[in-house]
Design a protein around this ligand. Sequence first.
Ligand SMILES: Cc1cc2nc3c(=O)[nH]c(=O)nc-3n(C[C@H](O)[C@H](O)[C@H](O)COP(=O)(O)OP(=O)(O)OC[C@H]3O[C@@H](n4cnc5c(N)ncnc54)[C@H](O)[C@@H]3O)c2cc1C
Length: 458
Amino acid sequence: MALAGRRIAVIGGGITGLATAHAALAHQARPQTVVFESDDRTGGKIRTSAFGGHPAIDEGPDAFLARLPWGTNLARAVGLGDQLVTPTTGSAAVWWDALHPIPDALLLGLPTEVVALARSPLISWPGKLRAATEPLRPRTSTAADSLGAFVRARFGDEVHLRLVDPLIGSIYAADTDHFSLAAVPQIAELANSARSVLLAGRKAKARSVAVAGPVFFAPLGGMGALTAATADALTSAGHEIRLNTRVTEVTPDGGRWRVNGEQFDSVVLACPAAAAARLLANAVPAAAEKVAQIPTADVAMVCLAVPSSTWPSRLAGLSGYLVPKPKQQLVTAVSFGSQKWAQWHLDDSVLLRVSLGRNGLAVLHLTDEHLVAAAVEEVGRHLRLDVQPSVVRISRWPGAFPQYRPHHAALVAAASSALPPGVVLAGASYHGIGVPACIRSGQAALDVACKSAQALAD
Ligand SMILES: Cc1cc2nc3c(=O)[nH]c(=O)nc-3n(C[C@H](O)[C@H](O)[C@H](O)COP(=O)(O)OP(=O)(O)OC[C@H]3O[C@@H](n4cnc5c(N)ncnc54)[C@H](O)[C@@H]3O)c2cc1C
Protein backbone atom coordinates (compact mmCIF):
# COMPACT_ATOMS: atom_id res chain seq x y z
CA MET A 1 0.00 0.00 0.00
CA ALA A 2 1.37 3.45 -0.92
CA LEU A 3 2.18 5.64 2.06
CA ALA A 4 1.38 8.94 0.43
CA GLY A 5 3.31 11.75 2.08
CA ARG A 6 5.41 9.43 4.30
CA ARG A 7 8.97 10.66 4.58
CA ILE A 8 12.09 8.69 5.38
CA ALA A 9 15.39 10.37 6.27
CA VAL A 10 18.54 8.58 5.11
CA ILE A 11 21.68 9.73 6.89
CA GLY A 12 24.74 9.16 4.69
CA GLY A 13 25.11 9.31 0.92
CA GLY A 14 27.58 6.45 0.45
CA ILE A 15 26.53 3.38 -1.52
CA THR A 16 24.41 2.19 1.43
CA GLY A 17 22.42 5.41 1.75
CA LEU A 18 21.97 5.70 -2.00
CA ALA A 19 20.81 2.07 -2.24
CA THR A 20 18.41 2.70 0.66
CA ALA A 21 16.79 5.62 -1.11
CA HIS A 22 16.90 3.87 -4.48
CA ALA A 23 14.92 0.96 -3.01
CA ALA A 24 12.08 3.43 -2.39
CA LEU A 25 11.61 3.76 -6.16
CA ALA A 26 10.44 0.17 -6.49
CA HIS A 27 8.90 -0.23 -3.01
CA GLN A 28 5.14 -0.65 -2.96
CA ALA A 29 4.88 1.93 -0.15
CA ARG A 30 6.44 4.63 -2.39
CA PRO A 31 7.77 6.76 0.48
CA GLN A 32 9.57 10.03 -0.12
CA THR A 33 13.23 9.96 0.90
CA VAL A 34 15.73 12.68 1.77
CA VAL A 35 19.43 11.69 1.78
CA PHE A 36 21.57 13.82 4.10
CA GLU A 37 25.26 13.82 3.19
CA SER A 38 27.83 15.81 5.14
CA ASP A 39 30.35 15.82 2.28
CA ASP A 40 30.10 17.89 -0.90
CA ARG A 41 29.63 14.72 -2.99
CA THR A 42 27.89 11.36 -2.79
CA GLY A 43 29.74 8.04 -2.77
CA GLY A 44 31.49 7.95 0.63
CA LYS A 45 34.27 5.36 0.35
CA ILE A 46 33.55 5.09 -3.36
CA ARG A 47 35.52 7.80 -5.11
CA THR A 48 36.77 7.82 -8.71
CA SER A 49 38.94 10.61 -10.05
CA ALA A 50 41.45 11.45 -12.78
CA PHE A 51 44.99 10.14 -12.45
CA GLY A 52 48.03 10.03 -14.72
CA GLY A 53 46.11 11.30 -17.75
CA HIS A 54 43.26 8.82 -17.25
CA PRO A 55 39.86 10.35 -16.41
CA ALA A 56 38.58 7.72 -13.98
CA ILE A 57 40.78 5.74 -11.62
CA ASP A 58 39.28 4.51 -8.36
CA GLU A 59 40.65 5.82 -5.06
CA GLY A 60 38.75 3.25 -2.97
CA PRO A 61 37.00 0.08 -4.17
CA ASP A 62 37.63 -0.80 -7.81
CA ALA A 63 35.12 -3.66 -8.18
CA PHE A 64 32.33 -5.62 -6.53
CA LEU A 65 31.70 -9.35 -6.22
CA ALA A 66 29.70 -10.67 -9.14
CA ARG A 67 28.45 -13.85 -7.44
CA LEU A 68 26.29 -11.79 -5.04
CA PRO A 69 23.31 -10.31 -6.89
CA TRP A 70 22.90 -6.90 -5.25
CA GLY A 71 25.73 -4.99 -6.94
CA THR A 72 24.95 -6.30 -10.41
CA ASN A 73 21.21 -5.73 -10.00
CA LEU A 74 21.66 -2.12 -8.86
CA ALA A 75 24.09 -1.44 -11.72
CA ARG A 76 21.50 -2.80 -14.17
CA ALA A 77 18.67 -0.85 -12.56
CA VAL A 78 20.53 2.45 -12.97
CA GLY A 79 21.43 1.79 -16.60
CA LEU A 80 24.98 0.46 -16.25
CA GLY A 81 24.23 -3.15 -17.10
CA ASP A 82 25.99 -2.99 -20.46
CA GLN A 83 29.01 -1.20 -18.97
CA LEU A 84 30.09 -3.85 -16.50
CA VAL A 85 33.58 -5.18 -17.15
CA THR A 86 35.68 -7.91 -15.55
CA PRO A 87 39.40 -8.01 -14.69
CA THR A 88 41.69 -9.13 -17.51
CA THR A 89 43.64 -11.37 -15.14
CA GLY A 90 42.93 -13.08 -11.85
CA SER A 91 46.49 -14.16 -11.35
CA ALA A 92 47.93 -12.76 -8.11
CA ALA A 93 50.93 -13.47 -5.90
CA VAL A 94 52.08 -13.40 -2.28
CA TRP A 95 55.39 -11.71 -1.48
CA TRP A 96 57.46 -13.77 0.92
CA ASP A 97 61.03 -12.60 0.14
CA ALA A 98 60.07 -13.15 -3.52
CA LEU A 99 56.80 -13.20 -5.46
CA HIS A 100 55.07 -16.58 -5.26
CA PRO A 101 51.94 -17.31 -7.30
CA ILE A 102 48.95 -17.95 -5.06
CA PRO A 103 48.56 -21.76 -5.11
CA ASP A 104 45.66 -23.30 -7.00
CA ALA A 105 42.59 -24.80 -5.35
CA LEU A 106 42.24 -22.32 -2.50
CA LEU A 107 38.95 -21.21 -1.03
CA LEU A 108 39.56 -17.75 0.49
CA GLY A 109 43.08 -18.94 1.27
CA LEU A 110 42.04 -22.32 2.69
CA PRO A 111 43.65 -25.28 0.91
CA THR A 112 41.21 -27.69 -0.70
CA GLU A 113 43.86 -29.90 -2.42
CA VAL A 114 47.00 -31.14 -0.68
CA VAL A 115 48.80 -31.64 -4.01
CA ALA A 116 48.32 -28.03 -5.12
CA LEU A 117 49.70 -26.85 -1.79
CA ALA A 118 52.63 -29.27 -1.99
CA ARG A 119 53.71 -27.69 -5.29
CA SER A 120 53.90 -24.16 -3.85
CA PRO A 121 57.27 -22.86 -2.62
CA LEU A 122 55.37 -20.33 -0.49
CA ILE A 123 54.83 -22.91 2.28
CA SER A 124 57.74 -24.85 3.86
CA TRP A 125 57.69 -28.64 3.96
CA PRO A 126 56.89 -28.75 7.70
CA GLY A 127 54.07 -26.27 6.97
CA LYS A 128 52.76 -28.46 4.15
CA LEU A 129 52.87 -31.59 6.29
CA ARG A 130 51.01 -29.81 9.08
CA ALA A 131 48.32 -28.66 6.65
CA ALA A 132 48.06 -32.17 5.16
CA THR A 133 46.98 -33.56 8.54
CA GLU A 134 43.85 -31.38 8.52
CA PRO A 135 41.46 -34.14 7.35
CA LEU A 136 42.63 -36.35 10.22
CA ARG A 137 42.04 -33.81 12.97
CA PRO A 138 39.03 -33.87 15.26
CA ARG A 139 36.38 -31.19 14.81
CA THR A 140 37.45 -27.70 15.91
CA SER A 141 35.02 -25.67 18.00
CA THR A 142 33.87 -22.39 16.48
CA ALA A 143 32.71 -20.99 19.83
CA ALA A 144 35.56 -18.47 20.12
CA ASP A 145 34.46 -16.99 16.75
CA SER A 146 38.07 -16.11 15.83
CA LEU A 147 38.93 -16.71 12.18
CA GLY A 148 42.66 -16.84 12.90
CA ALA A 149 42.38 -19.25 15.83
CA PHE A 150 40.17 -21.56 13.78
CA VAL A 151 42.43 -21.63 10.72
CA ARG A 152 45.59 -22.09 12.82
CA ALA A 153 43.94 -25.03 14.62
CA ARG A 154 42.94 -26.70 11.36
CA PHE A 155 45.87 -25.99 9.03
CA GLY A 156 48.71 -24.68 11.20
CA ASP A 157 50.33 -21.26 11.54
CA GLU A 158 52.02 -21.14 8.14
CA VAL A 159 48.88 -21.58 6.06
CA HIS A 160 47.23 -18.99 8.24
CA LEU A 161 50.03 -16.42 8.08
CA ARG A 162 51.02 -16.86 4.43
CA LEU A 163 47.66 -17.54 2.78
CA VAL A 164 44.47 -17.00 4.76
CA ASP A 165 45.48 -13.90 6.69
CA PRO A 166 46.88 -12.09 3.61
CA LEU A 167 43.87 -12.97 1.45
CA ILE A 168 41.13 -12.22 3.97
CA GLY A 169 43.07 -9.66 6.01
CA SER A 170 43.58 -7.55 2.89
CA ILE A 171 39.84 -7.53 2.14
CA TYR A 172 39.03 -6.19 5.63
CA ALA A 173 42.37 -4.45 6.51
CA ALA A 174 42.14 -6.79 9.48
CA ASP A 175 44.19 -8.93 11.78
CA THR A 176 42.28 -12.17 11.34
CA ASP A 177 43.31 -13.43 14.79
CA HIS A 178 40.92 -10.74 16.09
CA PHE A 179 38.28 -11.12 13.40
CA SER A 180 34.92 -12.88 13.52
CA LEU A 181 34.81 -16.29 11.85
CA ALA A 182 31.04 -15.92 11.41
CA ALA A 183 31.63 -12.71 9.44
CA VAL A 184 33.22 -14.76 6.65
CA PRO A 185 30.21 -16.94 5.79
CA GLN A 186 31.95 -19.11 3.21
CA ILE A 187 34.41 -20.36 5.84
CA ALA A 188 31.95 -20.30 8.75
CA GLU A 189 29.56 -22.57 6.85
CA LEU A 190 32.32 -25.13 6.23
CA ALA A 191 33.49 -24.85 9.85
CA ASN A 192 30.01 -25.48 11.20
CA SER A 193 28.90 -28.15 8.77
CA ALA A 194 31.86 -30.52 8.53
CA ARG A 195 34.72 -31.91 10.57
CA SER A 196 37.33 -31.52 7.81
CA VAL A 197 37.33 -28.06 6.27
CA LEU A 198 39.70 -29.23 3.54
CA LEU A 199 37.36 -31.99 2.34
CA ALA A 200 34.22 -29.86 2.66
CA GLY A 201 36.06 -26.98 0.99
CA ARG A 202 36.95 -29.22 -1.95
CA LYS A 203 33.25 -29.91 -2.58
CA ALA A 204 32.35 -26.24 -2.17
CA LYS A 205 35.15 -25.24 -4.53
CA ALA A 206 33.96 -27.77 -7.15
CA ARG A 207 30.42 -26.33 -6.88
CA SER A 208 31.68 -22.74 -7.30
CA VAL A 209 33.81 -23.74 -10.32
CA ALA A 210 30.78 -25.48 -11.86
CA VAL A 211 28.84 -22.20 -11.62
CA ALA A 212 31.07 -20.50 -14.17
CA GLY A 213 31.02 -16.73 -14.45
CA PRO A 214 33.02 -13.69 -13.53
CA VAL A 215 34.18 -13.17 -9.96
CA PHE A 216 34.27 -9.36 -10.09
CA PHE A 217 32.47 -6.63 -11.99
CA ALA A 218 33.28 -2.95 -12.28
CA PRO A 219 31.56 -0.20 -14.25
CA LEU A 220 33.67 1.04 -17.18
CA GLY A 221 33.71 4.52 -15.69
CA GLY A 222 34.88 3.26 -12.30
CA MET A 223 32.91 2.59 -9.13
CA GLY A 224 32.02 6.29 -8.96
CA ALA A 225 29.84 5.72 -12.02
CA LEU A 226 27.63 3.43 -9.93
CA THR A 227 27.05 5.95 -7.14
CA ALA A 228 26.63 8.83 -9.64
CA ALA A 229 24.06 6.89 -11.68
CA THR A 230 22.19 5.86 -8.53
CA ALA A 231 22.13 9.44 -7.28
CA ASP A 232 20.84 10.60 -10.70
CA ALA A 233 18.10 7.97 -10.66
CA LEU A 234 16.99 9.20 -7.23
CA THR A 235 16.85 12.88 -8.03
CA SER A 236 15.18 12.23 -11.41
CA ALA A 237 12.43 10.38 -9.53
CA GLY A 238 11.91 13.37 -7.22
CA HIS A 239 13.87 12.18 -4.19
CA GLU A 240 16.15 14.66 -2.48
CA ILE A 241 19.89 14.51 -1.85
CA ARG A 242 21.19 17.28 0.39
CA LEU A 243 24.95 17.64 0.11
CA ASN A 244 27.07 19.57 2.62
CA THR A 245 24.43 18.74 5.22
CA ARG A 246 25.80 17.06 8.30
CA VAL A 247 23.14 15.60 10.58
CA THR A 248 23.88 16.63 14.13
CA GLU A 249 20.66 15.66 15.85
CA VAL A 250 18.21 12.78 15.73
CA THR A 251 15.43 13.20 18.31
CA PRO A 252 12.17 11.36 18.99
CA ASP A 253 8.94 13.22 18.30
CA GLY A 254 5.88 11.29 19.46
CA GLY A 255 6.47 8.13 17.40
CA ARG A 256 8.11 10.07 14.59
CA TRP A 257 11.66 11.45 14.41
CA ARG A 258 13.28 14.81 13.94
CA VAL A 259 16.48 15.00 11.92
CA ASN A 260 18.21 18.36 12.36
CA GLY A 261 14.80 19.56 13.58
CA GLU A 262 12.82 18.36 10.52
CA GLN A 263 10.10 15.74 11.00
CA PHE A 264 10.29 12.29 9.35
CA ASP A 265 8.32 9.09 9.80
CA SER A 266 11.48 6.98 10.06
CA VAL A 267 15.24 7.32 9.86
CA VAL A 268 17.88 5.07 8.31
CA LEU A 269 21.36 5.63 9.74
CA ALA A 270 23.49 4.73 6.70
CA CYS A 271 26.58 6.42 8.11
CA PRO A 272 29.57 4.69 9.77
CA ALA A 273 29.01 3.25 13.26
CA ALA A 274 30.96 6.01 15.04
CA ALA A 275 28.70 8.67 13.47
CA ALA A 276 25.59 6.60 14.26
CA ALA A 277 26.73 6.24 17.89
CA ARG A 278 27.09 10.04 18.23
CA LEU A 279 23.66 10.65 16.72
CA LEU A 280 21.96 8.07 18.96
CA ALA A 281 23.82 9.00 22.16
CA ASN A 282 21.00 11.09 23.66
CA ALA A 283 17.94 9.55 22.02
CA VAL A 284 18.83 5.84 22.32
CA PRO A 285 21.88 5.50 24.59
CA ALA A 286 21.57 1.69 24.90
CA ALA A 287 21.97 1.25 21.13
CA ALA A 288 24.64 3.97 20.90
CA GLU A 289 26.74 2.23 23.52
CA LYS A 290 26.73 -1.02 21.49
CA VAL A 291 27.35 0.63 18.12
CA ALA A 292 30.27 2.63 19.56
CA GLN A 293 32.06 -0.66 20.25
CA ILE A 294 32.65 -1.39 16.55
CA PRO A 295 36.23 -0.28 15.83
CA THR A 296 37.67 0.66 12.44
CA ALA A 297 41.02 0.53 10.65
CA ASP A 298 42.50 3.43 8.68
CA VAL A 299 44.26 2.91 5.36
CA ALA A 300 45.99 4.97 2.69
CA MET A 301 46.00 4.24 -1.03
CA VAL A 302 48.98 5.54 -2.98
CA CYS A 303 48.71 5.46 -6.77
CA LEU A 304 51.93 5.40 -8.75
CA ALA A 305 52.30 5.82 -12.52
CA VAL A 306 55.48 3.95 -13.40
CA PRO A 307 56.97 4.45 -16.91
CA SER A 308 56.18 1.38 -19.04
CA SER A 309 59.75 1.44 -20.36
CA THR A 310 60.99 0.45 -16.88
CA TRP A 311 58.35 -2.22 -16.24
CA PRO A 312 59.80 -5.75 -16.62
CA SER A 313 58.06 -8.31 -18.81
CA ARG A 314 58.35 -10.89 -15.99
CA LEU A 315 55.50 -9.02 -14.23
CA ALA A 316 53.15 -9.05 -17.24
CA GLY A 317 49.85 -10.84 -16.68
CA LEU A 318 49.90 -10.41 -12.90
CA SER A 319 47.09 -8.47 -11.20
CA GLY A 320 49.16 -7.70 -8.09
CA TYR A 321 50.38 -9.18 -4.84
CA LEU A 322 49.77 -9.37 -1.09
CA VAL A 323 52.29 -8.93 1.72
CA PRO A 324 51.78 -11.25 4.73
CA LYS A 325 52.03 -9.60 8.17
CA PRO A 326 55.46 -10.96 9.19
CA LYS A 327 56.89 -9.33 6.05
CA GLN A 328 54.94 -6.05 6.23
CA GLN A 329 56.41 -2.65 6.90
CA LEU A 330 53.63 -0.27 5.74
CA VAL A 331 52.55 -1.80 2.43
CA THR A 332 49.96 -4.56 2.72
CA ALA A 333 48.93 -5.11 -0.92
CA VAL A 334 49.72 -3.82 -4.39
CA SER A 335 47.36 -3.92 -7.35
CA PHE A 336 48.83 -3.62 -10.84
CA GLY A 337 45.77 -1.59 -11.83
CA SER A 338 46.42 -1.12 -15.53
CA GLN A 339 47.23 -4.84 -15.93
CA LYS A 340 44.12 -5.82 -13.97
CA TRP A 341 41.72 -3.53 -15.85
CA ALA A 342 41.91 -3.12 -19.65
CA GLN A 343 40.06 0.21 -19.42
CA TRP A 344 42.83 1.63 -17.21
CA HIS A 345 45.48 1.11 -19.88
CA LEU A 346 47.87 4.04 -20.25
CA ASP A 347 50.16 4.22 -23.28
CA ASP A 348 53.31 5.18 -21.43
CA SER A 349 52.79 4.06 -17.81
CA VAL A 350 51.86 1.12 -15.65
CA LEU A 351 49.47 2.17 -12.92
CA LEU A 352 49.96 0.72 -9.43
CA ARG A 353 47.56 1.05 -6.49
CA VAL A 354 49.52 0.53 -3.28
CA SER A 355 47.60 -0.10 -0.02
CA LEU A 356 49.25 0.94 3.23
CA GLY A 357 48.06 0.32 6.79
CA ARG A 358 45.53 -1.93 8.46
CA ASN A 359 44.16 -2.73 11.89
CA GLY A 360 47.24 -2.59 14.16
CA LEU A 361 49.39 -0.77 11.57
CA ALA A 362 48.64 2.97 11.72
CA VAL A 363 49.63 5.12 8.72
CA LEU A 364 47.49 8.25 8.67
CA HIS A 365 49.78 10.16 11.05
CA LEU A 366 52.49 10.01 8.36
CA THR A 367 53.08 12.86 5.91
CA ASP A 368 52.29 12.52 2.21
CA GLU A 369 56.02 12.46 1.48
CA HIS A 370 56.54 9.63 3.95
CA LEU A 371 53.68 7.55 2.49
CA VAL A 372 54.94 7.96 -1.07
CA ALA A 373 58.53 7.23 -0.07
CA ALA A 374 57.42 4.06 1.74
CA ALA A 375 55.34 2.92 -1.24
CA VAL A 376 58.19 3.53 -3.68
CA GLU A 377 60.87 1.90 -1.51
CA GLU A 378 58.84 -1.15 -0.49
CA VAL A 379 57.38 -1.86 -3.93
CA GLY A 380 60.85 -1.40 -5.49
CA ARG A 381 62.34 -3.86 -3.01
CA HIS A 382 59.52 -6.40 -3.44
CA LEU A 383 59.74 -6.28 -7.23
CA ARG A 384 63.52 -5.78 -7.49
CA LEU A 385 62.84 -2.66 -9.50
CA ASP A 386 64.00 0.96 -9.48
CA VAL A 387 60.54 2.54 -9.10
CA GLN A 388 60.56 6.14 -10.37
CA PRO A 389 56.92 7.22 -10.61
CA SER A 390 56.07 10.04 -12.99
CA VAL A 391 52.85 10.87 -11.11
CA VAL A 392 51.65 9.98 -7.60
CA ARG A 393 48.31 10.35 -5.80
CA ILE A 394 47.55 9.81 -2.11
CA SER A 395 44.07 8.93 -0.88
CA ARG A 396 43.62 8.87 2.88
CA TRP A 397 40.79 6.76 4.28
CA PRO A 398 40.22 7.36 8.00
CA GLY A 399 37.88 4.81 9.58
CA ALA A 400 37.83 2.99 6.26
CA PHE A 401 37.26 -0.58 7.35
CA PRO A 402 34.93 -1.58 10.20
CA GLN A 403 36.55 -4.37 12.20
CA TYR A 404 34.24 -7.29 12.89
CA ARG A 405 35.65 -8.59 16.14
CA PRO A 406 34.68 -12.07 17.40
CA HIS A 407 30.94 -12.10 18.25
CA HIS A 408 30.30 -9.06 16.05
CA ALA A 409 26.92 -10.48 15.00
CA ALA A 410 25.75 -10.61 18.63
CA LEU A 411 26.86 -7.01 19.18
CA VAL A 412 24.93 -5.84 16.10
CA ALA A 413 21.87 -7.85 17.14
CA ALA A 414 21.99 -6.24 20.61
CA ALA A 415 22.29 -2.76 19.07
CA SER A 416 19.40 -3.39 16.68
CA SER A 417 17.13 -4.77 19.37
CA ALA A 418 17.77 -1.67 21.51
CA LEU A 419 16.45 0.58 18.73
CA PRO A 420 12.88 1.89 18.94
CA PRO A 421 10.60 1.58 15.88
CA GLY A 422 11.46 4.05 13.15
CA VAL A 423 15.25 3.99 13.53
CA VAL A 424 17.25 1.52 11.42
CA LEU A 425 20.99 0.87 11.08
CA ALA A 426 22.52 0.09 7.69
CA GLY A 427 25.91 -0.05 6.03
CA ALA A 428 29.39 -1.46 6.13
CA SER A 429 29.65 -1.42 9.92
CA TYR A 430 27.10 -4.16 10.45
CA HIS A 431 26.37 -6.97 7.98
CA GLY A 432 29.27 -7.01 5.50
CA ILE A 433 31.65 -4.37 4.17
CA GLY A 434 31.60 -5.28 0.47
CA VAL A 435 29.60 -3.10 -1.89
CA PRO A 436 26.94 -5.79 -2.60
CA ALA A 437 26.45 -6.38 1.14
CA CYS A 438 26.07 -2.61 1.69
CA ILE A 439 23.45 -2.41 -1.06
CA ARG A 440 21.57 -5.37 0.42
CA SER A 441 21.69 -3.76 3.86
CA GLY A 442 20.31 -0.47 2.51
CA GLN A 443 17.48 -2.24 0.71
CA ALA A 444 16.57 -4.23 3.83
CA ALA A 445 16.70 -1.05 5.95
CA LEU A 446 14.31 0.76 3.62
CA ASP A 447 11.85 -2.08 3.98
CA VAL A 448 12.01 -1.95 7.80
CA ALA A 449 11.70 1.85 7.73
CA CYS A 450 8.60 1.55 5.51
CA LYS A 451 7.02 -0.94 7.92
CA SER A 452 7.52 1.52 10.79
CA ALA A 453 6.01 4.31 8.72
CA GLN A 454 3.15 1.99 7.82
CA ALA A 455 2.51 1.26 11.51
CA LEU A 456 2.21 5.02 12.13
CA ALA A 457 -0.25 5.27 9.28
CA ASP A 458 -2.52 2.47 10.59
C1 LIG B 1 40.42 1.65 0.03
C2 LIG B 1 39.16 0.80 0.01
C3 LIG B 1 39.05 -0.25 -0.89
C4 LIG B 1 37.89 -1.04 -0.91
N1 LIG B 1 37.78 -2.01 -1.86
C5 LIG B 1 36.60 -2.66 -2.01
C6 LIG B 1 36.36 -3.49 -3.15
O1 LIG B 1 37.21 -3.63 -4.03
N2 LIG B 1 35.14 -4.09 -3.26
C7 LIG B 1 34.15 -3.91 -2.33
O2 LIG B 1 33.06 -4.48 -2.49
N3 LIG B 1 34.34 -3.10 -1.25
C8 LIG B 1 35.52 -2.46 -1.07
N4 LIG B 1 35.70 -1.59 -0.04
C9 LIG B 1 34.62 -1.46 0.96
C10 LIG B 1 33.47 -0.58 0.51
O3 LIG B 1 33.94 0.41 -0.38
C11 LIG B 1 32.81 0.12 1.67
O4 LIG B 1 32.55 -0.79 2.73
C12 LIG B 1 31.49 0.79 1.28
O5 LIG B 1 31.70 1.64 0.18
C13 LIG B 1 30.91 1.54 2.45
O6 LIG B 1 29.71 2.16 2.07
P1 LIG B 1 28.74 2.85 3.14
O7 LIG B 1 27.74 3.62 2.35
O8 LIG B 1 28.23 1.84 4.11
O9 LIG B 1 29.68 3.82 3.98
P2 LIG B 1 30.43 5.14 3.50
O10 LIG B 1 30.93 4.98 2.13
O11 LIG B 1 31.39 5.45 4.58
O12 LIG B 1 29.29 6.25 3.45
C14 LIG B 1 28.81 6.86 4.62
C15 LIG B 1 28.48 8.31 4.29
O13 LIG B 1 27.90 8.91 5.45
C16 LIG B 1 28.32 10.27 5.48
N5 LIG B 1 28.12 10.75 6.85
C17 LIG B 1 28.78 10.38 7.97
N6 LIG B 1 28.29 11.03 9.04
C18 LIG B 1 27.28 11.83 8.58
C19 LIG B 1 26.40 12.74 9.23
N7 LIG B 1 26.43 12.97 10.54
N8 LIG B 1 25.50 13.41 8.45
C20 LIG B 1 25.44 13.20 7.10
N9 LIG B 1 26.28 12.35 6.46
C21 LIG B 1 27.17 11.66 7.19
C22 LIG B 1 29.78 10.18 5.03
O14 LIG B 1 30.25 11.44 4.57
C23 LIG B 1 29.71 9.13 3.92
O15 LIG B 1 29.52 9.71 2.66
C24 LIG B 1 36.83 -0.78 0.01
C25 LIG B 1 36.95 0.28 0.91
C26 LIG B 1 38.08 1.08 0.92
C27 LIG B 1 38.18 2.23 1.88
